[in-house]
Design a protein. Structure first.
Length: 93
């Protein structure tokens, strides 16, 4: 195991309750569950970054576009509106 570094942070009472319950259910310490959560979150961020690198290598009609982030955000807003109209979403983000 790598050298451990002490960190101190605040969590909400609800997060504390869920942390205790989750650690007990998994049979691990709360610290181990937190470390696993940090690793998982950082891996997800890396996957998104890796996807972005591959996405940026697109060729053809999409290669020259510089507005893809805004285009995706706009499309997602449209999805939320459609789901709300269909009664499948409360409209909250």
């Amino acid at each position: 195991m790598n050298k451990m570094v002490r960190k101190q942070f605040f969590i909400s009472a609800e997060q504390n309750r869920r942390l205790k319950k989750g650690a007990a259910a998994a049979g691990v310490s709360e610290a181990a569950l937190i470390r696993d959560g940090i690793d998982l979150r950082l891996e997800q961020k890396q996957e998104v970054q890796n996807w972005r690198v591959e996405f940026d290598k697109l060729s053809g009609a999409w290669a020259e576009r510089t507005d893809l982030d805004e285009l995706l955000r706009s499309n997602r807003r449209g999805w939320k509106r459609r789901l709300k109209r269909l009664g499948l979403s409360s409209g909250k983000p």
